[in-house]
Design a protein. Structure first.
Length: 333
């Protein structure tokens, strides 16, 4: 039996058999939360209600680095969850700070979408074929450094705003291209705008990119209640392990989501691989570390142990090679 998915118009009371999911109000957030809601309705038979929460990160026009990067999107959602106004909140994992949120736990990380970055350029252009001095929009220090390392001549324009606003700056002729996550474009049905997919092996993306995190009040993930059953049904073991390994790099370098760091993990043929790169913000230098571990089994506990193992080895190697001197890392909060 599949439950139904609806959108609440205002604050909503707790009712039996109904899961209330809090989401940011942007088109991307609503699209990805709706997809999660449908997955939850199908897996549990519960009705699912979407509750929109407006956050400072949505309304502010400041750049991501001015906002401080980490956490701007998460705080209002978390307050709403702690206040009991909803039962589960959905974040883009890459926007979620690595620090503890008192009273909350990540109850599920569903199967990840495409973790790659893309170029969305005019006239089918790619990083290689962009004209000399082309104007490329991104607000992410990692993407700036990665672009500059390949095309030092490119003029990077700091942009903010939702995916459609960013794409419109290319359509309007103001920018030659923007760099955007494949996952977000896919969720919005805008993959048609992509002119180049960057291989993860050359362009590692933000820790957790392409993955979502379902946060619940601590304790609600345990036992056989409706919330515990729901999050257990959509948690994806290998995605959780990969995202955990990538986020250990962020935490270990004491970096925030605005730091120039790329990390990418994958599970293949029984091995967990993790590669991470720290960039000098101008793209002239970078440090990469790559490690693999063999989990004893594909159980969540063994995968988690392997994720910690590779994560810690990658962090130690990067710090030992001088990563802290390469980039301003300390924007974690
Ligand atoms: N920081 C913005 C953001 N947060 C999540 C996504 C979509 C991709 C994802 O879920 O990882 C995006 C847009 C982008 O980076 O292009």
């Amino acid at each position: 039996m599949t439950g139904s998915v609806s959108r609440a118009s205002g604050p909503s009371e707790q009712r039996d058999g109904v899961l209330r999911i809090g989401t940011r109000g942007s088109a991307l957030a609503v699209a990805q939360t709706t997809a999660v809601a449908e997955q939850l309705a199908k897996a549990t038979g519960n009705d699912v209600e979407l509750i929109t929460v407006t956050t400072h990160g949505d309304t502010s026009r400041e750049s991501l680095s001015e906002l401080g990067g980490t956490g701007v999107f998460a705080t209002a959602l978390r307050e709403s969850l702690l206040a009991g106004e909803c039962d589960i909140i959905v974040h883009s994992l890459k926007d979620l700070p690595t620090g503890d949120a008192p009273g909350l736990v990540i109850g599920a990380i569903p199967k990840r979408a495409d973790a790659r970055d893309t170029l969305c350029a005019r006239d089918g252009l790619t990083v290689e074929t962009l004209p000399e001095g082309a104007r490329v929009g991104t607000g992410s220090p990692r993407r700036v450094a990665q672009l500059k390392s390949r095309r030092p001549d490119v003029e990077v324009v700091d942009i903010r705003g939702n995916v459609d606003t960013r794409l419109s700056r290319v359509a309007d002729g103001d920018l030659d291209a923007v760099v955007l996550a494949a996952a977000g474009l896919g969720r919005l049905g805008r993959s048609d705008a992509v002119t180049e997919f960057f291989p993860l092996s050359q362009v590692p993306t933000a820790p957790g990119q392409g993955a979502l995190a379902l946060e619940v009040r601590a304790g609600d993930e345990k036992g056989h209640g409706a919330i515990a059953t729901a999050v257990a049904a959509v948690d994806h073991a290998t995605t959780r392990a990969c995202a955990t390994a990538e986020r250990i790099v962020l935490a270990g370098l004491e970096a925030g989501c605005a730091a120039p760091i790329g990390a990418t993990a994958l599970v293949d043929d029984g091995l967990l691989f993790l590669t991470a790169t720290v960039y000098r913000p101008d793209g002239t230098e970078q440090l990469t570390a790559s490690h693999a571990a063999t989990p004893d089994s594909m159980s969540r506990a063994d995968l988690a142990a392997a994720a910690r193992d590779v994560g810690e080895r990658v962090v130690a190697e990067l710090l030992g090679a001088g990563a802290a001197g390469l980039a301003p890392l300390g924007s974690a909060r």
